[in-house]
Design a protein around this ligand. Structure first.
Ligand SMILES: Cc1cc2nc3c(=O)[nH]c(=O)nc-3n(C[C@H](O)[C@H](O)[C@H](O)COP(=O)(O)O)c2cc1C
Length: 302
């Protein structure tokens, strides 16, 4: 028998596999393929106070071993999320993690307060969003602004686990430490990496926004390195993601220091990927005589 349970702060997961924000909507699309209750957690698409339309198309392009997206954080807004999306997701026996984004610290605090009150099990802060008041620099790249933001949200969140999603566009060890010191229950990484691709015939960028975020297997070795560095810098749990496509990818992240993993881009080519990855982790444990999945975390031999 394998014990797949992991704890992420107050969050008790039945296994370490979750969805990555923005790649499985609010759960309904995934439920057409399998029962989301089988997952460790369901991470929702990022939401803001008001609905956002996102960027103009084209917003997605395939690249070797990955994709670039510039969705622009399109979402239904808090009110619709609380009225329709969250109650719908409640039909499954799976912890719900809301992913939030704002353009000011105040917006993050208000979102977190409402969601905590509504009983989501986790709140993940997407700090890659531009801080309008600071002239468009993302919260995740300015250390002082970042620490203040996490501290302010921490004060409002009483029951949900507070997860801070780090941007790969900044030194992860320092930001992971700042997140922990400011009260985060866990850190997650990586978000997609700023990237660009051009159609040489039309000379136009392949996403209208010119720059988008690269995800998928192309980013995996970078993500594994960042998870390794972040996990050595903090005591709080680390949720690893970036190009996880099969069980052995997930194990690699766990060996590097991840307590749990999230699956994103792989869902677009195979919606069953999260379950196959979970099976792969289980098979690895059986083959290596590992009883508890938590024993894998950080056990890389360097
Ligand atoms: C289409 C798309 C939409 C995404 N939307 C969000 C989002 O709303 N909030 C967020 O924090 N990350 C978002 N991400 C980033 C993913 O959650 C994940 O961090 C990243 O894609 C790396 O994992 P992957 O290679 O498995 O996709 C998005 C990624 C993609 C591809």
């Amino acid at each position: 028998m394998t014990d797949l349970r992991v704890g992420i702060g107050s969050l008790k997961l039945k296994n370490p596999v979750m969805t990555a924000s923005g790649t499985a909507g609010y759960g309904a699309e995934l439920a057409e393929f399998f029962d989301p209750s089988l997952l460790g957690a369901l991470v929702m698409k990022g939401i803001s106070l008001e609905p956002w339309q996102g960027n103009p198309p084209p917003r997605i392009t395939e690249t070797p071993c990955g994709m670039i997206n510039s969705i622009g954080l399109q979402n239904v807004g808090l009110e619709m999320f609380l009225r329709e999306k969250l109650p719908f997701a409640r039909q499954w026996d799976v912890p719900v993690i809301a992913n939030i984004l704002g353009t000011s610290a105040d917006e993050y605090v208000r979102l977190a307060a409402e969601l905590d009150g509504a009983g989501v099990e986790g709140i993940e802060l997407n700090v890659s969003c531009p801080n309008i008041k600071k002239g468009g620099i993302s919260f995740g790249r300015d250390m002082a602004v970042f620490a203040r933001l996490v501290g302010a949200v921490r004060k409002t969140v009483k029951s949900a686990a507070l997860i801070v999603k780090l941007t790969p566009d900044a030194p992860v060890a320092e930001f992971a430490r700042a997140a922990e010191e400011s009260g985060a229950d866990a850190v997650s990484l990586i978000n997609s990496i700023p990237a660009m691709a051009i159609d040489v015939n039309t000379r136009r960028p392949l996403v209208k926004n010119v720059i988008g975020g690269l995800s998928g297997p192309a980013v995996k070795p970078i993500a594994v390195r960042m998870v390794y560095q972040a996990s050595r810098a903090v005591r709080v749990p680390v949720i690893g993601m970036g190009g996880i496509t099969e069980g052995r990818d997930a194990v690699e992240f766990m060996l590097a220091g991840a307590h749990a993993v999230a699956v994103g881009t792989a869902i677009f080519s195979d919606p069953m990927a999260p379950l196959k990855i979970l099976d792969g982790i289980r098979a690895y444990m059986e083959n290596h005589g590992i009883k508890r999945v938590s024993a894998i975390t950080g056990s890389v031999r360097t």
